[in-house]
Design a protein around this ligand. Structure first.
Ligand SMILES: Nc1ncnc2c1ncn2[C@@H]1O[C@H](COP(=O)(O)OP(=O)(O)OP(=O)(O)O)[C@@H](O)[C@H]1O
Ligand SMILES: [Mg+2]
Length: 405
């Protein structure tokens, strides 16, 4: 490619008349490099831009760990290093030849001469540099968004696999527990038969043995019942274990009905629950899983009852419904906010983990929010967010599509 032709393709030179492009071509210099040679090094001070007349170069830099990261490649007609014409700062990346290359090099001093002679060029240069900056920012955002989406997906997968494991273990425990239950029941029935009881009545010593056996079996039965209840809870953690059907629902009505279910608990705990429905009239219908949403809301309200306020003192709970009619996926957002003691910052990342609880002594197993997380991200195809400050309260925000598939 001849220099003139290449310079015409550089956006900020394209406006120059042909005579000036020819003049510019004579002010720079041509350089030939072999494959593997370095055009410029990351970190070195720079004061020239390059127009690639022929060949291919690669641009790379090193990350914090010293690992090479390839950024992009340029071919004939492309230009790079133009920011150096303005700022003379160290190069942000290394450029190396992938093949034999022909380059046109324009130095800052020469460029400034051209600018002084053609003040109108300054605007074109600014536009071209702004375009590049915008393109880079756009790329950066794109990468950032993709990374965030990947991280969110990995987080959901992690939760799901832990949940499946818990539900799987619970399922496996069911059979041996059932057998143990039958065996203990059998012992209870046998020792309670009159002829067996009569045998034990014969001496005070054997009566004591019978009492001990009865006490032990009753302890075993109570603990089997407790284990059975826990296993039922563990099974709920996996959304697959609970079935709900897709239905059209008036969302504010569904929320109000769920709050009604909670009335007795709310009264006992002195909670004042207010529903703030900000949905526009006529746009409140949700095609979703009412059973799942009820389960989510009841879990969140139970947590407020148990953790937000001092026992007996009570407080306020706001349930806020909003919507976003964005294309292609319009969403509803349900926020449950309390103004209680909040969650310690070091626990914020852990509350969705199965078995994380600060309320073991109050009967907490730490499964509520793990179940909520799975229902929201899997069954409701949505997202759950949490913001909390000690002493100021906690808000859980659930966003989910208005129409589930
Ligand atoms: N509204 C809230 N205010 C303060 N802390 C909360 C609130 N909601 C949840 N937490 C904290 O999050 C932890 C985890 O909640 P999660 O619902 O998963 O378990 P749990 O309520 O302790 O037990 P389970 O729900 O299985 O009965 C709680 O132990 C508590 O520390
Ligand atoms: Mg809970």
């Amino acid at each position: 490619m001849v220099v003139q032709q290449a310079l015409e393709q550089v956006p900020f030179f394209s406006q120059l008349p042909a005579a000036q492009i020819t003049e510019l071509a004579q002010m720079g210099r041509n350089v030939s490099l072999a494959a593997g040679e370095i055009v410029c090094h990351e970190g070195e001070l720079s004061d020239s831009m390059y127009v690639l007349l022929g060949g291919k170069v690669t641009v790379y830099r090193h990350d914090k760990a010293g690992k090479r990261v390839d950024l992009r490649q340029f071919g004939a007609g492309d230009y790079f290093g133009e920011v150096a014409l303005l700022d003379s700062k160290p190069r942000t990346a290394t450029v190396a030849c992938l093949t034999a290359c022909e380059l046109f090099v324009l130095e800052q001093a020469v460029f400034r001469e051209v600018l002084t002679a053609n003040p109108s060029l300054i605007f074109s240069v600014l536009v071209a540099v702004a375009d590049r900056v915008r393109e880079r920012i756009e790329q950066h955002y794109q990468v950032e968004l993709e990374n965030q989406a990947l991280e969110a997906q990995a987080e959901i997968e992690r939760h799901r696999s832990i949940a499946q494991m818990v539900a799987g273990v619970a399922h496996e425990l069911n059979t041996p527990l059932g057998i143990t239950n039958t065996a203990v029941d059998m012992i209870v029935k046998r020792i309670n038969r009159p002829e067996i009881a009569a045998l034990f009545e014969q001496s005070s010593q054997s009566k004591k043995v019978l009492d001990n056996i009865q006490e032990a079996t009753s302890l075993a039965q109570r603990n089997i019942a407790r284990a059975h209840k826990l296993i039922q809870e563990f099974k709920k953690i996996s959304v697959n274990q609970v079935v709900d059907t897709l239905q059209q629902e008036d969302l504010p009505e569904l929320v109000a009905c769920t709050v009604d279910l909670f009335t007795i608990n709310a009264r006992q705990a002195r909670l004042t629950i207010e529903i703030d429905n900000q949905l526009p009239a006529g746009r409140q219908t949700w095609l979703g899983y009412p059973g799942y949403l009820t389960q989510v809301l009841l879990n969140l309200l139970t947590n407020v009852e148990r953790y937000a306020y001092e026992p007996g003192s009570g407080g306020k709970v706001d349930i806020i419904l909003t919507a976003d009619y964005l294309h292609p996926t319009p969403t509803f957002t349900l926020t449950v906010r309390d103004f209680g003691q909040g969650i310690a910052p070091e626990n914020l990342d852990r509350v969705f983990e199965p078995f994380f609880t600060t309320g073991r002594t109050k009967g907490g197993t730490g499964l509520g929010l793990a179940i909520v997380h799975n229902i929201v991200t899997a069954a409701l195809q949505g997202e759950i967010g949490l913001s909390s400050k000690p002493g100021e309260g906690t808000a859980f925000t659930i966003t989910f599509p208005q129409t589930l598939t």
